[in-house]
Design a protein around this ligand. Structure first.
Ligand code: 3EB
Length: 345
């Protein structure tokens, strides 16, 4: 568990990644729980557990330890159920989580899932989408029609965002990553309006503009979202939520078949994304961040045999007190071997 910048933890939203079944003392932290994501050895329906939303996804195997991500806020929380989804809100933030079981074709059920989610958050006034996670079983396998499941998923998601384009004209930071069981687990964080600024990466084509060689509908996400702290003046202080980032330059996968170079390129992509020049290019003042400021890091590695080399590079690049968790799951293009996300504060 990271203890960097404890004062930042009194503001807004923060998370910890802890081993599943950790003793109380390790889990104890200031604030109230907004939501939890359990990365474990089997999926389960999203539920209220201990009166808080819990998403359970199959992302642990014999190569990585099961972990739980716990999102907290400083404000009192109200929780509930909305159809198949569970949620928690504190008046400033909402966490929403839902599981879609295995489908022959994902397009229509994903569209419906996303439309329900977008309608829900809009109606409650949490109109700034901040961060979405799309955890997709069999991500690079074919659906019943022979279309790759990630491409199938992207069609339904894009259709939902198109239907809500008047209310959500801008896309938030996201992750699209594989899991180890069929089905799709989705969760997101959103806030009341006026706090989120979405960023692109100068080294990468915006994902929503990827050419059709990567699928009939481009992926619907931004490279990062800056969330201003409540009440901060100007662009003020806040947190920068970095999307799942891979070894992509422009729209091309680079360093095919070289996991070390892919990991280093991914970290350079993050460096360019979070730096002061890119923040200022998006109207944010302040010094920006360094890749070393990335915390609450999740590293997704396709092949278990690559875990040691990826760990080595991450641990030699990031400070020793960085909170990093590793997952052995597929990435959304067969030629991508690694994907990295995190939060800068
Ligand atoms: C990429 O840059 C890598 O579909 O939500 C990263 C983050 C990726 C989010 C998504 C996909 C998604 O295209 C894949």
């Amino acid at each position: 568990m990271s203890n960097r910048q404890p004062e930042a933890r009194l503001q807004g939203l923060w998370s910890d990644l802890v081993p599943v079944g950790a003793p109380e003392g390790l889990v104890a932290s200031r604030g109230t729980v907004l939501g939890r994501i359990r990365f474990t050895d089997a999926p389960a329906e999203a539920t209220l557990d201990d009166a808080t939303p819990l998403l359970t996804t199959h992302m642990a195997n014999e190569h990585v330890r099961p972990v739980e991500e716990i999102w907290r806020t400083a404000l009192p929380v109200r929780t509930g159920v909305a159809g198949d989804a569970v949620f928690a809100e504190d008046g400033e933030h909402v966490f929403y989580a839902v599981r879609l079981g295995p489908q022959p074709v994902y397009r229509s059920p994903v569209r419906e899932l996303y439309e329900n989610a977008l309608r829900f958050t809009w109606e409650r006034g949490y109109t700034d989408l901040v961060r979405m996670w799309n955890l997709i079983g069999g991500i690079t396998s074919p659906n019943a029609d022979g279309l790759e499941i990630y491409r199938d998923f992207c069609i339904g998601r894009a259709e939902a965002f198109a239907a809500f384009a008047d209310r959500f004209p801008q896309l938030p930071a996201a992750t699209g990553i594989g899991t180890l069981s069929p089905g799709v687990d989705v969760c997101f964080l959103a806030t009341k309006p006026g706090r989120a600024v979405h960023l692109e990466n100068p080294r990468q084509t915006p994902a929503y503009k990827y050419p059709s060689q990567y699928g009939p509908k481009s992926p619907s996400f931004a490279r990062a979202t800056f969330l201003k702290d409540v009440g901060a003046p100007g662009s003020g202080t806040g947190s920068l939520f970095v999307s799942g980032t891979a070894s992509i330059l422009g729209d091309d996968t680079v360093h095919v078949d070289n996991v070390a170079l892919q990991t280093e390129e991914t970290l350079r992509n993050i460096e360019a994304l979070v730096g002061g020049d890119n923040l200022r290019a998006h109207g944010l003042d302040g010094a920006g961040y360094d890749v070393k400021d990335l915390d609450q890091v999740k590293v997704y590695v396709r092949d278990a045999e690559h875990l040691p080399v990826v760990r080595n590079i991450c641990e030699s690049t990031l400070p020793a007190d960085t909170d990093i968790s590793y997952f052995n799951v597929a990435v959304c293009r067969p030629d991508l071997l690694v994907e990295i996300e995190g939060v800068c504060r």
